[in-house]
Design a protein around this ligand. Structure first.
Ligand code: NDP
Length: 471
């Protein structure tokens, strides 16, 4: 039985003041794997004090020094990349292919921050003023369970690049992954207090970070509802906020799209990370004239969406992270049926032989209209809604008829055509003819998908305050 009884403050593993424990349950078979001791407000206070003290000197480090620290961080994480991937598969239940990518994304984000620093100017001119971009202060980093260590590495490496120090609250569902990452980060030998990690509940540790007067900025990834709670709490101390929240991403197949490639891509886009992805392409927009062809191709290509043991190389969809998430997805599948959408593939219940874990049948609804809740709300499971449109203007209108605006996908035989449509979509990223990611490009949402941008120079600027000096 695993027992994790430490948090990380001021360069050392230390026992938390909090005594409550959280059961670590395997999503693959719902067996108890161990327990995690949770921190409390007192632990947040200690972590913030360490980060605040470290900020005095860390904020004055040179770019070269910070590149050196990031390189050490990269090397330390890189040395244990395979272990990080494997523990993610076991604890979170992500497919091995997804988890390998996730570890690589963690490394790429650190590497990218080194490259950004090599090009970035912390001094600018505006009119007669010289503008100095200074680190904002102690950053509070609050992360979810669906790519835990990748989020931590991306946010922490950006904070370090800026000269900020950090207090991190991961999801308690990621306790084992956090512990292994902490061993790597400890090994990297960063100055004491630069990063501190407090495991604990969102409404205890997360709320204490949000309220703390010595934290200057919060970077959060998670649900829109929690993002709003954090934004409300942060305003009392006027914290800067970067919020990366939910999505209901449209995937537009234009009239001229090559469906033989676009449909397998649509399945991958909808079911990536077992559907537990804010960027999942969960609304497939199809020209009415091609709907029958699309329905047929979805059935023919469904073998891509293999659900099963996440450690097996050909699995695309692992279990939902918890029984709570499993129930949530089941409720949405039931809701789709009640709303009158046509169940085309999958449906309620667990796939055969996978009854022990939180496995969901990859599900496709057709004849969905954009006013149905399954088309408007983030489900966070492998459920795809197919919506038909009559002409391109209507496709764009449906794509934009959402509270969200994180990512969108467009498929067309012509890049020029797809780009013309992309310029009319209100989303932070639009991917054309494929699943793409560039850690230099800004990432974040329009509308209720969030505030601010992460990655690259845009991400770095979110940890900096401009100070204008006029002579
Ligand atoms: P949350 O947004 O509640 O959790 C994300 C993080 O925020 C966790 O570390 C959580 O801690 C923390 N948190 C929760 N409440 C507070 C609070 N009051 N103050 C500060 N931090 C807080 O997501 P859930 O895990 O509850 O998932 C529910 C739904 O959210 C999913 O079905 C999905 O739709 C969406 N989601 C979106 C993600 C994305 O990538 N954009 C990622 C994860 C979820 P704790 O774990 O202790 O609650």
């Amino acid at each position: 039985m695993i027992s994790i009884n430490s948090i990380y403050i001021n360069g050392a593993f230390t026992a938390p003041h909090g005594t409550a424990t959280f059961d670590l349950i395997s999503p693959i078979d719902n067996t108890l794997q161990g327990t995690l001791t949770l921190g409390d407000e007192e632990d947040v206070n200690r972590a913030v004090a360490a980060a605040k003290a470290a900020f005095q000197t860390f904020s004055k480090t040179t770019v070269e020094q910070r590149i050196g620290y990031l390189q050490k961080m990269y090397d330390a994480v890189s040395r244990r990349a395979d272990e990080l991937t494997n523990i993610m598969v076991q604890e979170y239940g992500g497919s091995i292919r997804f988890c390998r990518n996730s570890t690589q994304n963690a490394l790429n984000s650190i590497r990218t921050n080194i490259e950004v620093l090599q090009q970035f100017s912390f001094t600018r001119h505006a009119g007669k003023a010289i503008v100095h971009l200074e680190p904002v202060g102690v950053a509070g980093i609050i992360t979810p369970w669906n790519a835990s260590n990748s989020f931590i590495c991306a946010k922490l490496s950006t904070a370090i690049a800026a000269g900020c120090t950090a207090v991190i609250k991961p999801s308690e569902l990621s306790g084992r992954q956090t512990q292994l990452l902490l061993e790597c980060l400890h090994e990297a030998g960063l100055p004491n207090g630069v990063f501190n990690v407090v495991n604990g509940l969102g409404n205890v540790v997360g709320a204490a970070i949000t309220a703390h007067k010595d934290i200057a900025k919060i970077s959060f990834t998670g649900s829109t509802i929690t993002g709003k709670t954090i934004a409300r709490g942060a305003v009392d101390t006027m914290k800067r906020i970067t919020l990366e929240l939910g999505g209901k991403s449209p995937n537009i197949l234009l009239e001229d799209a090559d469906l033989e490639t676009a449909i397998p891509m649509a399945i991958q886009a909808a079911y990536m990370n077992s559907g537990q992805a804010c960027i999942a392409g969960t609304r497939l927009l199809v020209p009415a004239s091609r709907i029958e062809e699309v329905k047929q191709l979805l059935k023919e290509n469904m073998d891509i969406a293999r659900v099963g043991n996440p450690a097996e190389e050909d699995t695309l969809i692992g279990p939902m992270v918890s029984q709570k998430q499993y129930e949530r997805v089941q409720q949405y599948i039931q809701l789709g049926i009640e709303e009158g959408a046509e169940l085309w593939i999958g449906g309620p219940g667990k796939p055969e032989h996978l009854e022990a874990g939180n496995f969901v049948k990859p599900t496709v609804f057709v004849n969905v209209t954009n006013d149905m809740r399954i088309a408007r709300e983030e489900i966070f499971g492998p459920v795809l809604s197919v919506i038909s449109y009559s002409d391109e203007d209507e496709a764009i209108a449906i794509a934009n008829d959402t509270d969200y605006g994180l990512q969108a996908y467009v498929s067309s035989a012509s890049d020029e055509h797809a780009n013309r449509v992309a310029t009319q979509i209100r989303a932070g990223r639009v991917l054309i003819n494929g699943l793409k990611h560039d850690p230099m490009a800004p990432f974040g949402g329009f509308k209720q998908s969030g505030i601010g941008r992460e990655y690259g120079a845009y991400g770095l600027e979110a940890y900096l305050e401009p100070k204008a000096i006029l002579n």
